[in-house]
Design a protein around this ligand. Structure first.
Ligand SMILES: *Cc1c(COP(=O)(O)O)cnc(C)c1O
Length: 339
């Protein structure tokens, strides 16, 4: 393998040695296969290609300060993939199978886990697709579950430095009773135009509002939103938001810091009342936001007046990352050690 420059990795695809795959056919999951192919061979009438039967996950493995390999909260990703499968009528992957595939693919690619202190990690991408053919609109009878891994650096080139985002009303990523709560590709397809325009205009992501009333905040691009004010950690609650495992973890850590946690609708107007705001997800943990621009009203909401992330966001970020790297006590047993 060519030497990898661990410190300068971006959030992109770097080939590794192996991926693992298993097919659901004739009513049961088959053996776990190890592959070095980067391609998959599926029927041209596979439901994933026509009717969007596709769900994915994203989690990370870290090389800790003690040299041990840690995976963060995989059980939650396994459960969420089951929920996503249920939302679009795919065969769910049992948690035991998920774990078996996860451990196998990490061990097979151990040399691609970035070293402690590099700021990089091994990104793990489980994928579940309808692989069986259907011409009429109905769920497939066959499914393919794959996990591949790739070493990654920070999601935003800014790292833990504050970014700008923009509120959009001319696009929705998810309908109120649609699939916003499921981690499915269709939501991403719906968000691409707004996201590319945001990048083009100099924003890290678009902030999507609830599709029905366009009054409250749903998601910050591919991440959940949170705000801090008066000793409170406030994060939107709605059926069209993807339940982020990072956000769930931050809520627990916020309570540990003595903050009270509120999950409820967050109105756009409320943006002017927060001391700190950020986007959260596995890829970046927390991306502090320094400016939110409203495309329609032209209003700017400003934070991080000294150019740096706020104190509570910083503390939450350091604690969560410290747990992942083994430098902070993992008192909730969020890590699974792979040995
Ligand atoms: C994956 C994802 C998140 C973040 O979830 P984590 O479990 O924290 O990685 C947030 N929003 C959307 C739309 C997502 O797909």
């Amino acid at each position: 393998m060519a030497a990898i420059d661990w410190k300068n990795l971006t959030f992109g695809y770097t080939p590794t040695n192996y991926n693992v795959r298993t097919y659901f056919k004739n009513g049961k999951w088959g053996a776990l296969e190890v592959s070095s192919e980067e391609t998959i061979n599926i029927h041209m009438a596979a439901t994933a290609l026509h009717y969007g039967q596709e769900a994915f996950e994203g989690l990370k493995a870290f090389r800790g300060v003690d040299g041990k390999l840690r995976v963060f909260r995989w059980e939650e990703n396994a459960k969420r993939l089951q929920a996503s499968a249920d939302a679009i009528l795919m065969e769910p992957v049992p948690s035991e199978l998920f774990l078996k595939a996860l451990v196998k693919v990490i061990k097979l690619n151990e040399e691609f886990v970035p070293p402690f202190g590099s700021g990089s990690s091994l990104y793990i991408r489980p994928l579940l697709i309808g692989s069986g053919p259907q011409v009429g609109v109905r769920p497939a009878a066959e499914y393919l579950f794959i996990i591949f891994v790739t070493p990654v650096g920070p999601y935003f080139k800014e790292g833990f430095n504050p970014v700008d985002m923009e509120i959009v009303r001319d696009f929705d990523r998810a309908a109120p009773l649609g699939t916003g709560h499921a981690k499915v590709g269709g939501n991403y397809a719906a968000s691409l135009k707004a996201g590319v325009r945001a990048h083009h205009d100099g924003y890290a992501a678009s902030i999507f509002l609830d599709a029905k009333t366009k009054t409250h905040i749903d998601e910050a691009g591919p991440a959940n939103f949170f705000g801090i004010r008066d000793g409170k950690y406030i994060t939107p609650d709605s059926g069209s938001i993807l339940p982020s495992i990072t956000n769930m973890s931050l809520r627990t850590l916020a309570e540990d810091l003595g903050l009270s946690v509120e999950r409820r609708h967050v109105l756009v107007e409320e943006l002017s009342t927060f001391d700190e705001i950020g986007a959260c997800g596995t890829a970046a943990v927390i991306s502090p936001i320094k400016r939110i621009h409203d495309r329609d009203t032209g209003q700017d909401y400003l934070y991080c007046k000294d150019g740096k992330a706020g104190p509570i966001s910083t503390q939450l970020y350091n604690t969560l990352q410290g747990i992942q790297l083994g430098t902070v006590e993992d008192k909730y047993q969020w890590n699974t050690i792979i040995d």
